[in-house]
Design a protein around this ligand. Structure first.
Ligand code: ADP
Length: 166
């Protein structure tokens, strides 16, 4: 039997958006399993805790058995190898993503030769979609239901309901 092809899709996912989901769904056309890995970054304070982000990812993929949601700390390449994977999956939107991604991909490749980073271009409707822009609009009580899956929409509404203007 051939080995299962696993890709690790790392990021902040604070929170997961339809842009991320699009990469996951397209990734599943290529890989047997995708591990969506939330980075535990002590320097970067997020809106959602890592545990909340993981449960929102699970809800967003409807507990698809081919998608695993997890957290990691330390070197990504070590985590990738520990997962039995050889591929890091990342999404690319604007040209502005390129320089940062290029630097990280090169560093990761230097750290572990056997790990490759593969990039998927965003689908046109999600080209300008990011977790930060979603949070900004949601914090101002703007509509975000076309940008994030229903459980995320609900969680954002709850997070920001305390600051609703009267
Ligand atoms: P990070 O903080 O590591 O950039 P993010 O959660 O913002 O984490 O993004 C994780 C990955 O998903 C990155 O590769 C990012 O480029 C990609 N991504 C985010 N939004 C989109 C989108 N709308 N279309 C395609 N890829 C996206």
């Amino acid at each position: 039997m051939s080995q299962k092809q696993i890709a690790v899709y790392p990021g902040s996912f604070d929170p997961i958006t339809y842009g991320h989901l699009d990469i996951i769904e397209r990734g599943l056309e290529v890989f047997d399993e995708i591990v969506v890995a939330v980075a535990q970054n002590i320097d970067k304070k997020g809106l959602f805790t890592t545990a909340e982000r993981v449960s929102l990812i699970r809800a967003a993929v409807n507990d698809n058995p081919r998608v695993k949601a997890d957290t990691f700390e330390g070197l990504l390449v070590d985590y990738v190898v520990a997962q039995g994977a050889r591929v890091i999956l990342r999404g690319l939107r604007a040209v502005s993503d390129f320089e940062y991604e290029f630097q990280i991909a090169q560093m990761n490749h230097n750290l572990r030769r056997e790990v490759e980073t593969l990039f998927m271009m965003t689908s046109v409707p999600y080209g300008y979609l990011s977790s930060s822009i979603v949070k900004e609009v949601a914090s101002l009580h703007g509509p975000v239901e076309t940008l994030v899956p229903p459980p995320v929409h609900k969680a954002l509404t709850e997070k920001y309901s305390r600051s609703r203007p009267r």
